[in-house]
Design a protein around this ligand. Structure first.
Ligand SMILES: NC(=O)c1ccc[n+]([C@@H]2O[C@H](COP(=O)([O-])OP(=O)(O)OC[C@H]3O[C@@H](n4cnc5c(N)ncnc54)[C@H](OP(=O)(O)O)[C@@H]3O)[C@@H](O)[C@H]2O)c1
Length: 307
């Protein structure tokens, strides 16, 4: 049976990776891509592109009722953690009200809603966290994302899938940046960087997220899943590994204590996610950072011979 899958935030790092995998792997699928940047994506066969008005609840619901997708994948979010600290309204609209609206509409048309969340719903006192850990967000981004999770759970009972992830990296044809991309660009340009010894995490290759979404759609896995890379690294260790794999000068890197970095929003220090449930139930062996960076290097077409 032909499936119709609607994806919000289609030009985002995760939205793009998910779109690409579904196009490649599902034979009989029609994609409806929602984006706030309509000029960015060309409509092709079996792929409709729609200008999104994420903050317009009525518009959003009507669109879902008109399109009637079998699956809704919510990749749209306000992901700039410091900006969320400043613009609470926009953060709530995108990270809480949008998932709530999608959940309400999904309930009416009996679609499977898959929505993304983050390890920033935790305080970072004792990560990495499993799916059952108690949230305690310390930033407005984290609070708004937790509100989004809770709204989905209230609306859909147990018929939803929430995927929590952290520190996503991967290619982007729409110029979306991330921490690893920022490191690569700066090290490439021989810029000296001071990097903190904290904010522990398990960086996640965007393609691994896309594979997880595919499995979740195929198997109809409901509930909450941590989807993230293997391993556990602080930010300086990540920078060192990027320098090693991409063959940049690691003398450009200086380690500083986390307390010396001033950021508008607080971040979890011991964040990160335990992925045993997703590995067991979805049958995916997530890449650790070293192998993820090798894959990324291959993808960005940098010749690399690893010994
Ligand atoms: N990136 C990470 O490290 C990370 C970590 C943990 C969790 N997550 C979660 O994973 C999901 C996907 O994130 P991502 O990494 O793909 O993020 P992203 O690259 O920033 O993409 C988010 C997309 O949301 C849409 N959007 C609409 N209004 C926006 C606004 N005001 N600010 C920013 N984006 C807006 C945009 O897509 P269109 O213009 O195409 O609509 C944008 O490309 C989100 O739920 C995020 O919270 C991400």
């Amino acid at each position: 049976m032909k499936q119709k899958i609607l994806i919000t935030g289609a030009t985002g790092k995760v939205g793009e990776a998910v779109t690409n995998i579904l196009k490649k792997e599902l034979l009989d699928v029609e994609l409806v891509l929602l984006t706030s940047d309509i000029k960015a994506i060309a409509p092709i066969k079996n792929q409709k592109v729609i200008q999104a008005f994420y903050e317009d609840v009525k518009w959003m619901k009507n669109l879902i009722y008109a399109e009637k997708p079998n699956v809704i994948i919510n990749c749209a979010a306000m992901t700039n953690v410091d900006a969320c600290e400043v613009d609470h309204k926009l953060a709530m609209n995108l990270n809480a009200i949008l998932p709530e609206t999608l959940a309400k509409a999904a309930k009416v048309i009996e679609a499977h809603l898959i929505s993304f969340s983050t390890d920033y719903i935790f305080d970072g006192e004792n990560g990495p966290y499993d799916e059952d850990a108690t949230p305690n967000p310390i930033s407005f981004y984290g609070k708004s994302k937790l509100a989004g999770e809770n709204a989905i759970k209230v609306e859909l009972n147990s018929n939803y899938t929430i995927i929590r992830t952290n520190v996503v990296y991967g290619t982007s044809s729409y110029g979306k940046s991330d921490f690893i991309n920022w490191l690569i660009n700066n090290l490439e340009n021989e810029k000296k960087l001071t990097i903190i010894d904290g904010q522990w995490c398990n960086p996640t290759y965007s393609e691994d997220i896309a594979w997880a979404v595919l499995k979740i759609i195929e198997n109809k896995n409901f509930g909450t899943y941590n989807v993230a890379g293997k391993g556990y690294y602080n930010r300086f260790e990540i920078a060192e590994l990027v320098a090693e794999i991409f063959e940049y000068d690691d003398d450009l890197l200086t380690e500083i204590p986390s307390k010396d970095l001033v950021q508008k929003a607080k971040r979890p220090d011991k964040g990160g996610l335990i992925v045993l449930k997703a590995e067991a139930e979805l049958g995916i062996d997530f890449l650790d950072l070293k192998n993820g960076l090798i894959a990324l290097k291959f993808m960005v077409n940098k010749k690399y011979e690893y010994n």
